[in-house]
Design a protein around this ligand. Structure first.
Ligand SMILES: C[S@@+](CC[C@H](N)C(=O)[O-])C[C@H]1O[C@@H](n2cnc3c(N)ncnc32)[C@H](O)[C@@H]1O
Length: 314
């Protein structure tokens, strides 16, 4: 379903995983914020919109009205000092910026994303604080851990998704997906890959001495204890280490384009930063296919309730 004209804001925008998904469903970005200069450069080159910087210094009155807020916010511990509301104080955290803007702008929907570990962070207290804060603002809040593997991508990437609807009584059911995508559709032929991405003979020999792969194509993964395994999909790309951990068929690193594809970014996405910046940005991004599936369901639900675009209930 396309939902022409819905307006959205993209907080902690990175390289725009939310943006890519929302535009494919007919959305229009009216505001983005991202503090990292290189990510901002990539975002502007791809979407023609320059994100504003640090969200902490942007007043809610500077942000246009919108139908949905997206935010893939960094996870931070919440202080238990200043417990004036009966649960942990969120002031000083980046989540506070989300609640501050929701309180002022009251969009009908929001979709937040974070690492899977948010579920268990501080024995679940962090997630509980987030949910209660959002409920106090009048949102019906639903959350789930979803895996990119279930949404057409050959990457095991589990993420916490938190969806909110203003003044709804019933919980949102997150949609299931159509299963994993195929590595064959992601990988570039070895002969087209720049030799700089190939591992040294020594690394290849060491890996092959430890492991015989049953999957071809397969992504080999070495864990912290040095154990090597391989799968017909990639383990989660990470902003820091994935370049060293993951080897295509045990012989070469993933190219930046392959990493983007593993996150669901189409090849029209222009790579304007260097390899290490792009790897970091892709490792931070939200999987486009996953967001698209969830957003599509959210828009359908809101359309059924007849409240989207202009029919604000707040
Ligand atoms: C987990 S990443 C989100 C990535 C994004 N969802 C995507 O698809 O690329 C979090 C982003 O928040 C940005 N960030 C951190 N602090 C910020 C702040 N105070 N204001 C704006 N952006 C910030 C980081 O630079 C990082 O790119």
């Amino acid at each position: 379903m396309r939902s022409p004209g819905f307006k959205y804001i993209d907080l902690f925008a990175g390289i725009g995983g939310f943006h890519m998904a929302a535009d494919a469903l007919g959305g229009r970005c009216v505001f983005a914020s991202e503090i990292d200069r290189e990510a901002t450069r990539a975002y502007e080159a791809n979407y023609g919109l320059a994100p504003r910087g640090d969200i902490k210094v942007i007043g809610a009155s500077e942000i246009p009205d919108h139908d949905i807020m997206f935010a893939g916010f960094p996870c931070q511990p919440f202080s238990i000092i200043g417990n004036r509301l009966g649960f942990a104080d969120i002031r000083g955290t980046l989540f506070f910026e989300i609640s501050r803007i929701l309180e002022a702008k009251r969009p009908p929907m929001f979709l937040l994303e974070n690492v899977k570990q948010l579920y268990t962070h501080d024995q679940g207290k962090t997630l509980r604080t987030i949910v209660r804060t959002l409920e106090r603002l009048g949102y019906k809040v639903s959350h789930a851990v979803l895996n990119a593997l279930d949404y057409g991508l050959p990457q095991k990437r589990e993420r916490t998704l938190i969806a909110g609807f203003l003044n709804h009584a019933v919980e949102f059911s997150f949609p299931g997906g159509d299963g994993p995508g195929r590595l064959e559709d992601i990988l570039e032929p070895d002969e087209d890959v720049d030799p700089k991405h190939f591992a040294s003979d020594m690394i290849v020999r060491k890996r092959k001495a430890k492991h015989e792969s049953g999957s071809r194509p397969g992504i080999w993964h070495e864990n912290k204890s040095g154990n090597v395994c391989s799968y017909p999909y990639s383990c989660a790309l990470r902003a820091g280490a994935s370049y060293n951990y993951l080897l295509v068929n045990g012989i070469r690193r993933l190219t930046p384009r392959e990493m983007l594809r593993l996150q669901g970014f189409p090849d029209k996405f222009r790579i304007v930063c260097n390899d290490s910046q792009t790897r970091r940005q892709v490792g931070n991004a939200v999987p486009v296919n996953l967001v698209k599936a969830v957003l599509k369901e959210m828009l359908l639900r809101e359309a059924k309730a007849g409240r989207r675009s202009g029919k604000r209930t707040a």
